[in-house]
Write a protein of this length. Structure first.
Length: 201
């Protein structure tokens, strides 16, 4: 094969590779850097999945002074300060890198995995008690979060509504999903919320 023809083919191959790489880059979701409450990768290294990433960009106030969010919100000092968060309830295992420059009154972590057979119900009394006790302070604002703010933390907030507002599990979940559409407790957690409601009644 002539040397010039071989060189031309190599150049064409390089151009095609660059175009392919640029095409792949264009599919990467863009981050709104002007919005400090966007769900960004957290300092702990977690990133919400695509559904959560695009659905919610800030903590959601479910009832007065009780907020539901993902991990990146809990680790964002601007977000905590903006919403006046004083108490943080983490419903997940692993590291939670709370900002050291944001003064919190209390922090509690419940190492719960998002799995249908995980024992949610045994942790609900302490989780709801944490929220209830915090709200005795009229200036308190509670942030409940897991990694994505979809299943574990939503289940805990539903349990709080069931216990303190005397709502049925269906009413509690409908209210949470109305305000935060991405909320979606796994099937096992839904069964356990029904069990918890039955025990309380």
């Amino acid at each position: 094969m002539p040397e010039e023809t071989l060189l031309a083919r190599r150049r064409k191959s390089s151009v095609l590779q660059v175009n392919t790489d640029m095409s792949r880059l264009s599919m990467v979701p863009r981050i709104d850097t002007a919005n400090p409450y966007h769900s960004l990768p957290s300092p702990s290294g977690h990133r919400p999945n695509a559904h959560a990433y695009h659905a919610v960009q800030h903590p959601t106030e479910i009832v007065k002074r009780v907020y539901l969010a993902d991990l990146s919100a809990a680790e964002n000092p601007e977000t905590l300060s903006h919403f006046g968060i004083t108490h943080v309830l983490s419903v997940m295992p692993g590291k939670v890198s709370l900002p050291p420059n944001v003064p919190l009154i209390a922090f509690k972590q419940i190492p719960l995995r998002d799995a249908p057979f995980e024992d949610l119900i045994s942790h609900l009394p302490e989780a709801t008690a944490f929220i209830r006790t915090a709200l005795y302070n009229p200036n308190a604002r509670v942030l409940v979060h897991c990694v994505q703010g979809i299943s574990r933390s939503a289940s805990v907030v539903c349990a709080f509504l069931i216990e303190d507002f005397k709502w049925s599990p269906d009413m509690a979940l409908a209210h949470v999903k109305k305000l935060r559409p991405c909320a979606d407790p796994n099937l096992g957690f839904l069964h356990q919320l029904n069990e918890y409601a039955a025990k309380l009644s």
